[in-house]
Ligand binder design. Sequence first.
Ligand code: NZQ
Ligand code: ZN
Length: 388
Amino acid sequence: MLGNFVYCNPTKVYFGKTALEGLRKELPKYGKNVLFIYGGGSIKKNGIYDAVLKILKECGKNVYEDAGVMPNPTSEKLMDGCRRARECKADLLLAVGGGSVIDYAKGVSVSAYCKEDPWTKYYLNMEAPDNQLIPVGAVLTMVGTGSEMNGGSVITNHEQKLKIGHVFGEEVFPKFACLNPEYTYTLPQYQMVAGFYDIMCHILEQYLSGTDDNTSDYVMEGLMRSLIHSSLIALKDPKNYEARSNIMWTATWALNTFVAMGKTTDWEVHMLGQAVGAYTDATHGMTLSAVSMAYYHHILPYGLAKFARFAVNVWGVNAEGKTEKQVAEEGLSRMADWMRTLGLVMDLKTLGVTPDMIEGIADATYIMKGGYKILDRKDVVSILKESL
Ligand code: NZQ
Ligand code: ZN
């Protein structure tokens, strides 16, 4: 391991069937006014809304609501949330939902009392907050992003056709997160598997980088094996608690900063996926699955040894009598089979991308420097065309 680092993750996690009891323990630490933030209404259908509200009331809170946070939350909605948070003088932002709701709550946390335009300050200029923050707590209902235990906040600006994530510091991480795997049972299959791929992709963004012998790579191989195993069980039996709980916890560890310590990372698939998302508003995990195979095949020659290690240690490829390239390619082919088995979207056309959008999506794709090949614009265009 080569890097120096300081590690701290301040989020307190309550995990399991009684996780929501954690909310009761946490609420007394905050003032009376709680802004209850949620999405398009799934929590009203599956009973999570009622369960959360009951605890808020029993704990004597003044409850204000901010509903309708959309998947891929927008900069416009963010401004609406800031106004609501100021109006009710929120002491706590309680995000109940998936990555979109939690990311949005973090955006409101840093923006409600920001004197400048939050989109420009945080998402375009990547500045750190220097104003009063409102604490965020989370109840997770969709698994994948890791937002429950990290500082990420991804916001979409439709006018500018940009989707950008700011990774805030530990002061913006949720103070607590309640993770009950049973809360994910009502997810439509499309969302469930999109989340599975988001987890895989988060791990690969951090695994497929660097050539040093690094503890994190061994940890990530274990996380990926657990994910592959449990995902196939959950696909057939979505209410399998063991599988859903393993996946939920794997997702959290895939992106709670731990495996990135002392390590270079890539994140180019996310840059491609986010640009696709800015143009299509498609489900995050599917924007990643649609571009992944073209991207990984494109960079494979530059990271051959790691791709071969991935094939053997994660996909169980037998390397005997094969060249490193053959082993590496067999690993990717097994991964593609797994993706197809899950029913992931493997091309951009299905997400609504048309050939005339390619140049614009390429313009909106940020180039990262930590992968096995630093892409140029020609590479980006060719990966996007191949993914069509
Ligand atoms: O809005 P409701 O009605 O709740 O429906 C949601 C939404 O339509 C539904 N859903 C969530 N929980 C459910 C449920 N439906 C039934 N039962 C449940 N228990 O699922 C849909 C998708 O939810 P969303 O929150 O959008 O999904 P996800 O968790 O994948 O979040 C996606 C957002 O997170 C960002 C993405 O870019 C995207 O904007 N990301 C955040 C990251 C971070 N904070 O570190 C990293 C990720 O790479 C990602 O970029
Ligand atoms: Zn992601």
